[in-house]
Design a protein around this ligand. Structure first.
Ligand code: NAD
Ligand code: TYD
Length: 350
């Protein structure tokens, strides 16, 4: 039986991971440490709270004394660090929050885990969840990112994640802490906060509001269904070699405009009525420093740890649209409060 400390487990991927893990390994204990920022939502964990093997702690990964207490109370053998500021647009307007949580927070968590590992928790391993954005931007004919692609982050978000990856690497080489790093491509699926492209487009389209596309809409992202990301992390925890990094991705490149058109057609089928949703597409000013293309080569994970995505994009996107249609209360709550202010500031209208 394992004891996992999952940070950021009330966010999009973290909540999917907590659910995945407790279902797959019902005997394991999961402690979820989350500060509940604007992106953290306990509704993402509805039903999980009743599980005796689950404990929620509201707290900040920058809080060294809270972490010390937590590592004293629990014998943790696996840390999975999802906690982060994760949205590129917010990193452009408020980079300080990203430096704090993503860099200082990862440092504080590494220190706490290393202390526990030297003391009562010698089996403790640290898996750091990172992004493909640390590798920078690809040209149209460049091969996908491998684990050997040099880091070239371009946004305050990706720069702060790159810095955190370097800290994790250093804690392995200098102190010997058994660490693993995963760099994953763009995720989609249930419980994603509606500031990100896919849920934003679904929710705006349902209300016949403009679907904002930055620049020419030809930027390319490599999309992976969130459950396949969780399975990738599981594979790395089970068989990954300490000190190594593993890329996770779907081999599934799409331009933004094609993704949005696809969501529109899916909604036209699932929710007929009114005009075609594609009529709502609105091109707006580009994001500063907007990376043109991301693509992941997940060959190492596939070869060494026998991982492969289970979901085809065509199937995953329909499942995702259906989920948002079936959870109107979640959608309503996610879009209240801070979200409305953010949206007005970012897009210049309600
Ligand atoms: P998210 O923004 O939905 O969730 C982040 C969670 O972290 C929230 O619950 C928030 O409350 C919590 N948090 C933020 N600051 C904290 C702090 N100081 N202490 C404790 N908790 C804090 O993010 P996500 O999309 O679920 O991403 C999770 C991780 O995966 C991030 O590290 C991100 O960089 C990485 N990642 C995301 C994607 C993607 O497509 N979303 C792709 C690859 C990697
Ligand atoms: P996003 O979901 O913010 O993820 P990331 O920037 O981390 O890849 O954006 C995905 C792509 O969609 C990215 O190229 C920016 C673009 N985008 C838009 O065109 N309009 C929007 O309103 C948003 C939020 C994103």
């Amino acid at each position: 039986m394992k004891t996992l400390l999952v940070t950021g487990g009330a966010g999009f991927i973290g909540a999917n991971f907590v659910r995945y893990w407790l279902e797959r390994y019902p005997g394991d204990r999961v402690i979820n440490l989350d500060a509940l920022t604007y992106a953290g939502n306990l509704e993402n964990l509805k039903g999980v709270e009743a599980n005796d093997n689950y404990r929620f702690v509201r707290g900040d990964i920058c809080d060294a004394s809270l972490l010390r207490t937590l590592f004293d109370e629990e014998v943790v053998d696996t840390v999975v660090n999802f906690a982060a500021e994760s949205h590129v647009d917010r990193s452009i307007t408020d980079p300080g929050a990203f430096v704090r949580t993503n860099i200082e927070g990862t440092f504080t968590l590494l220190e706490a885990a290393a202390n526990a590992w030297r003391g009562d928790a010698p089996d403790c391993r640290f898996l750091h969840v990172s992004t493909d954005e640390v590798y920078g931007s690809l040209g149209p004919d460049d091969p996908p990112f491998t684990e050997r692609t040099p880091y070239a982050p371009n946004s305050p978000y990706s720069a702060s994640k790159a810095a955190s990856d370097h800290l994790v690497r250093a804690w392995f080489h200098t102190y010997g802490l058994p660490v693993l790093t995963t760099n994953c491509s763009n995720n989609y699926g249930p419980y994603q906060f509606p500031e990100k492209l896919i849920p934003l487009v679904i929710m705006n389209a349902l209300e016949d509001r403009p679907l904002p596309i930055y620049g020419d809409g030809k930027n390319v992202r490599d999309w992976l269904y969130v459950e396949d990301h969780c399975r990738g992390i599981d594979a790395v925890l089970a068989g990954g070699r300490a000190g190594e990094t593993y890329n996770i991705g779907g081999c599934n490149e799409w331009t933004n405009i094609d993704i949005v058109a696809r969501i529109c057609r899916t909604l036209d089928e699932l929710r007929p009525g009114g005009g075609p949703k594609e009529d709502l597409i609105t091109y707006i000013k580009d994001r500063p420093g907007h990376d043109r293309r991301y693509a992941i080569d997940a060959g190492k994970l596939m070869r060494e740890l026998d991982w492969a995505p289970l979901y085809q994009f065509e199937q995953g996107i329909v499942k995702t649209v259906q989920w948002y249609l079936e959870h109107p209360a979640w959608v309503e709550h996610a879009r209240s409060g801070d979200y409305r202010n953010y949206y007005r500031q970012q897009y210049g209208h309600n």
